[in-house]
Design a protein around this ligand. Structure first.
Ligand code: ATP
Ligand code: MG
Length: 266
């Protein structure tokens, strides 16, 4: 019998960072001697953890085109996105939030999500195209549905300046989600978020994962992250200390001493 047909073929990773590195004023932020390499498989839920200054946000910046890397390569869904423009990367399907949320202060919550649905290039094309009205109404519907998913329906008509820090962070998630990204990078999504919204966020992330979205989440709240993610990357000094499932990471002696603190395992 020929087994070939039933043998699962190894799918290439959705995202692959190969020996990427970044220095600021000569100091290494990401990548040791050989640069930083890691892979994210399609549909996986990956946690990226490490102490302050380990290079987590810089890694997101290198992947999403916010910063150019000094060396190495990044591929996404078969595309070489090394040092590509952030708009191009977003259009390929990578969404990302920032550690410090960004929003248009003078717009309503709903309008912020509508504006998140279109990149600047798309907005320009839509403004000059006949499809603008249709495009806009589809987007408003999608924006309302997305606000519902993140628990901000009651805030749709409020100004962003009226939101709490936690609500602002959820809005940032909504602005990315409405674009229906293939992969979503979240930088400390629970920071400043109250326990009720945190629970909602956990449920939302689990749901997105079930729906097949690829998630990479940076978190200091390990109780939140280790309960959700299926694979953890541990960064220290810009280098990969170790990686593995949460159950192994929780008890890994090197991780505990580098990051978690000796009392974490208790
Ligand atoms: N734009 C910048 N200019 C200069 N140095 C920077 C810049 N961004 C980051 N760094 C430095 O690079 C290193 C990695 O920073 P990064 O923000 O990536 O860490 P992090 O793991 O996200 O930390 P945290 O958990 O505190 O958010 C730090 O030493 C930081 O001070
Ligand atoms: Mg950071």
């Amino acid at each position: 019998m020929n087994n070939t047909a039933s043998t699962p073929t190894a799918e290439p990773p959705l995202l692959e960072a190969s020996a990427i590195s970044k220095r600021f004023a000569g100091l290494r932020a990401v990548g040791g001697e050989d640069g930083l390499s890691f892979a994210v498989s399609r549909g996986s839920f990956v946690g990226l953890i490490g102490p302050n200054g380990a290079g987590k946000s810089t890694t997101f910046n290198l992947i999403s085109g916010v910063l150019a890397s000094d060396s190495g390569a990044v591929t996404f869904d078969g595309h070489d996105i090394t040092n590509a423009a952030s708009d191009t990367i977003a259009e390929l399907g990578i969404g990302r939030t920032f550690q410090t949320p960004r929003a248009f202060e003078s717009l309503s919550v709903l309008d912020n999500v509508v504006s998140g649905a279109t990149s600047p290039g798309e907005r320009l094309r839509a403004a000059f195209g006949r499809a603008w009205r249709t495009h806009e109404s589809v987007t408003v519907d999608a924006a309302k549905r997305t606000l519902d998913r993140v628990g901000l329906t009651g805030r749709a008509d409020d100004l962003v300046s009226d939101l709490s820090g936690g609500e602002l962070r959820m809005l940032e998630v909504a602005r990315q989600l409405v674009r229906n990204p293939v992969m979503l990078l979240l930088d400390e999504p629970t920071s400043g978020v109250d326990p009720v919204l945190q629970k909602r966020l956990a449920a939302l992330l689990a749901e997105l994962h079930r729906e097949g979205m690829t998630l990479v989440v940076v978190e200091h709240n390990l109780h939140f992250l280790l309960a959700l993610a299926e694979h953890i990357l541990v960064l220290t000094h810009g280098e990969l200390l170790t990686e593995g499932p949460p159950t192994e990471i929780r008890t890994d002696a090197a991780v505990i001493s580098a990051y978690l603190g000796d009392d974490y395992a208790a």
